[in-house]
Ligand binder design. Structure first.
Ligand code: PEP
Ligand code: MN
Length: 338
């Protein structure tokens, strides 16, 4: 629920409300505007507590939060959340492009691509060291060695790093190397992992499950937030539908403006997994920016034909540079920068 305090309510009145809520097991999030003090309280719904709070001095009204997600919802937090990654921001006026190979394949491969990503103007390097593969016989990632190469690439290029963590037992390790921890589509509802990743206190990039509704996705974000980490970036990466003849997934771009209404969290789009085909990446990247995203995550490979993982959807670095020029123009129309 949200408690709206009367404009003339003093500090004592605010503290009384907060104490009462805490006593009843609520998590408190205060928001002090110029005119109003709002107290957000997250906990189990109780008519008795509602009535008791309403009766306290200085309380103007108590508004129940109707959406099933509380912390992630706009009702609770009206302003856009801006996440800081070093000197970068995600969710502010500047769009962020994350780019790199699907998987870290070798030191040389990663460094070569990293320098080209840097050259293109993108500021965040992606690359999986732990790969969720459909086949247990397929390459599973370079694991800690891959993380070391990512850290070396960061040191040499200044790019920030986003990489996936799949296992609760590896969260601490991956968090030592990554600037942003990625939760993959297959793990969107791995609730123990969501709770564990929150503990790392680093931004989390939460991909949409391939058959997840928007509410389910926001509830997954809620798990991370309720566990104490409010730095969640939502990533639309395409959902499964009936026709996979021409694209691997259906990239749900309508999710972008829908999420912008429902949540204050930053939203990015992955046109690579969203389409599965490199010629579709650029048009969908442009469309995503026009739809109002806060960033993109794009798979890039110098030799897509030889990529161990996701070659058909990987673009060459030259194309990334081109995409960045193109989306820069659309960003300007949208009142954003790149
Ligand atoms: C990835 O980003 O490499 C990946 C495995 O993505 P997703 O979880 O969206 O399939
Ligand atoms: Mn991939």
């Amino acid at each position: 629920m949200i408690i709206v305090m009367r404009p003339d309510a003093g500090e004592q009145a605010v503290q009384k409300v907060v104490e009462k809520l805490k006593k009843n097991g609520y998590q408190i999030h205060e928001s002090r505007g110029v005119e109003k003090i709002l107290i957000g309280a997250v906990g189990e719904k109780s008519d008795n507590v509602n009535m008791a709070i309403e009766a306290l001095d200085g309380v103007e009204k108590v508004i129940p939060i109707l959406a099933p997600y509380k912390l992630a919802g706009r009702e609770f937090h009206r302003e856009d959340t801006v996440i800081r990654v070093g000197e970068l921001t995600i969710g502010g006026p500047q769009l962020q492009v994350m780019a790199g190979p699907c998987a870290v394949e070798s030191r040389e491969q990663l460094l070569e691509i990293a320098f080209m990503v840097k050259e293109s103007g993108a500021k965040i390097l992606r690359g999986g060291a732990y790969k969720p593969r459909t086949s247990p016989y397929a390459f599973q990632g370079m694991e800690e060695k891959g993380l070391e190469y990512l850290a070396e690439a960061r040191e040499k290029t200044g790019l920030s790093i986003v990489t996936e963590v799949m296992d609760t037992r590896k969260v601490e390790l991956v968090a030592q190397y990554a600037d942003i921890l990625q939760i993959g589509a297959r793990n969107m509802q791995n609730f123990p992992l969501l709770k564990e990743v929150a503990k790392a206190k680093k931004p989390v990039l939460l991909k949409r499950g391939m058959a997840a509704t928007i509410d389910e996705w926001l509830m997954a974000a809620e798990y991370i937030m309720l566990s104490g980490n409010h730095q969640v970036i939502l990533c639309e990466r395409g959902i499964r539908s009936f026709d996979d003849t021409y694209s691997r997934n259906v990239l749900d771009l309508s999710a972008v403006p829908i999420l912008k209404q429902l949540t204050h969290l930053p939203v990015i789009v992955d046109p690579s997994h969203g389409t599965g085909k490199w010629p579709l990446v650029e048009p969908m990247a442009r469309a995503a920016v026009a739809a109002g995203v806060d960033g993109l995550i794009i798979e890039v490979h110098t030799r897509p034909g030889e990529a161990i993982c996701d070659g058909p959807q990987s673009i060459k670095p030259e194309r990334l540079s081109n995409i960045i020029v193109e989306i820069g123009k659309i960003a300007a129309v949208m009142g954003r920068t790149l």
